[in-house]
Design a protein around this ligand. Structure first.
Ligand SMILES: *[C@@H]1O[C@H](CO)[C@@H](O)[C@H](O)[C@H]1NC(C)=O
Ligand SMILES: *[C@@H]1O[C@H](CO)[C@@H](O)[C@H](O)[C@H]1NC(C)=O
Length: 218
């Protein structure tokens, strides 16, 4: 009886694993992981450069779609709108390119956060270059699922044509928090050791869950 319930648990665990697969399947090439970790090093200083160096509660105006959080990814994956890893990663690059541009735009030339942001952008571009190299161009030009294409179109719309209701005010720090957390989720194979207490994309839950399932019941 004990054995039976243990194997039911194991089966449940494996099925849970299967459901998470769409997000966890793709393997990131080692060179790109290295570049992502370099980017992660920059991002680890975001508190100082994106919060301390700004006036209290300073916000910038961004597209609604540029608030790209883990919960948005979870929703898109859950609804299965033909959304896979590659689509989410392409969206991640598009969103954060815009976010970095908007942050740089508000920084005066001599602002103490300017060199940091410029370096962050350089490192981000390095990762993007490797991303483009590591996928066949057909894969990157593949048509996007309709809902994602809508988001994409709004992101690339001329600012003057974006309706008032589509703008949001966000702090630079919270935008970079999203940038960082979604990176851990979308490139989770490069960040398996990072901060395992957090459940980025369910990846750490998977590891913990499996361990528990495999423990003999007493
Ligand atoms: C990413 O940066 C965090 C600090 O923000 C650090 O704790 C973590 O070890 C880094 N991960 C990798 C894989 O470099
Ligand atoms: C900044 O935001 C916090 C939390 O939202 C709020 O409690 C505080 O009053 C704000 N400070 C200023 C100066 O607006």
């Amino acid at each position: 009886m004990v054995q039976l319930s243990a194997s039911v648990c194991l089966l449940g665990g494996l099925m849970g694993l299967y459901l998470l697969m769409p997000v966890l399947m793709a393997l990131t090439p080692p060179s790109m992981c290295t570049a992502l970790k370099t980017l992660n090093n920059s991002l680890s200083h975001r508190h100082r450069y994106m919060k301390h160096n700004f006036p209290l509660n300073y916000t910038i105006m961004v597209h609604y779609e540029e608030v790209y959080k883990l919960s948005n990814i979870g929703k898109m994956v859950k609804r299965r709108q033909g959304v896979d890893d590659l689509v989410l990663q392409r969206l991640w690059f598009q969103v954060n390119q815009g976010v970095l541009k908007k942050i740089i735009r508000v920084l005066p030339k001599r602002h103490p956060s300017r060199p940091f942001t410029a370096e962050l952008e350089r490192r981000f571009k390095d990762v993007e270059g490797l991303f483009v190299q590591s996928h066949p161009s057909e894969a990157l030009q593949q048509e996007l699922p309709e809902k994602v294409q809508d988001k994409w179109d709004r992101l690339t719309e001329e600012p003057e044509r974006v309706p008032q209701s589509s703008w949001r005010f966000s702090t630079p720090k919270s935008l970079l928090d999203n940038f960082c957390h979604t990176m851990y989720c979308l490139f989770s194979d490069c960040f398996t050791d990072t901060d395992t207490e957090h459940d980025y994309c369910g990846a750490s839950r998977r590891r913990k869950g499996r361990k528990k399932d495999l423990q003999p019941e007493s």
